[in-house]
Design a protein around this ligand. Sequence first.
Ligand SMILES: [Zn+2]
Length: 473
Amino acid sequence: MKTLLSIIALSLALVTQSLGAQKYLQGATIIDGTGGPAIEDGVVVVDKGVLTCVGSREDCGVPDNAVIVDLRDRYITPGLVDAHVHFGQTGWLDGRPDGISAPDVYPYAKTAADAKANPGRWQQSYLCSGITAVFDVGGPFWTTQLRDSATSDPNSVHVKAAGPLISWAGRQQLQLDDEIYSFLPMGSVEQAVAGVAKLKSMGAQAVKVWYLAPAEEQRTGMDKRMLAVGAAASNANLPLLVHATSLREAKVALRAGAHMLVHSVSDQAVDQEFLDLLLQNNTVYAPTLVVGNGWTRALASVVLNASAPVDDPNGCVDQDTIEKIQQPQLLRSYLPDALNNAWAYQRLENDGRELVLMEQNLMAVHAVGGLIATATDAGNPMTLHGPAIHNEMEAMQRAGLSASQIITMSTRNGALAMQDENLFGTLRAGMSADLLVLKQDPREDIAAFRSLTHVMRAGQLHEQSALAWRTPK
Ligand SMILES: [Zn+2]
């Protein structure tokens, strides 16, 4: 009898021994990220960090002496992509002194220095949550340097970063010097265009404009600068990313050639003109449904003096962050007068109204075939690097998208947002070996991504628990 196959159980120790050899992941249902039908009892072949075959046993021709990882009754998907994060922010209010400034408790210079010194902390939180690629869409200069070291490192996620934001509305509290969370000015067309050149010279991988709605009398001039930035970004061969949450400004961003709108339109329902512009440009729409409520929960926890619950199913949030969230009382004496109980309740109501609009707009974009990518805005208060992806995907499902659609939006479409679709985001030969192993079927309920058991990054299979910062409760 021919039983030469060495069946290796799902033990990290054994798998580690086989590093370097070809690995055959066998028996799982494979969902490849393209939106096509799943492969039952499939095989994924991994060699030197790259996928060399994804298909049936016949397709991939498993040899007798193959190193096999038995994944019967499991589900394999591509690694998740979070198309909107900020390495420079912490997930708590210490990273946003423009929200509450408490210099004696959390001196911002120290917060910023810590973030720069330890991007690996968020890297681990991402991998721990099944995220294998992130787009940092605005932050300090140093974030633009993360990509070089990350691409083939099994302990890092793929990174692209836009670096400093071009905006007419900078935040003084976030501007320590030219290195730390710089805002590049757009006081004139020339100045705005000079910002693009500066980003190009520092090696930024995108141009991000923080396009808050200008006052009515400033609109004409400001829109010209937005369009000029778009043209300059195109000339510099850099994708244009725009924060524009109001419909009017979002349309200006689309006319400027935006590659991605990094948030939902949330001030009113989108109209046909918006949808036409979005489709003409093939612009990526990143809904970021949960980040606003995260801000509310963070600020309300200080107002109400009660720490906000943390949704962290797999222990992916580091202890330091947990402790800050659990001590809102440290910030109480710094609360502006306007932030009181009445404010907190009002804000919760507003969040509810805004969410309904964002859900409707998401479904309107989806109905016309718009390109949607899952994105959290992680790093903002209570939008935690890593596990925020579950909240966001589940909010998309409540909005009316099917789990299968969300899987594609969270894998292939994220890679399209990062313009790295030939490197990751789908499972096929030649792609980086980045994939997830789940216990539950993610096509039935997107919450199945919480049942993550393994994360493969650049061919290295990590047990999920080995990536956790804490023991989950
Ligand atoms: Zn953001």
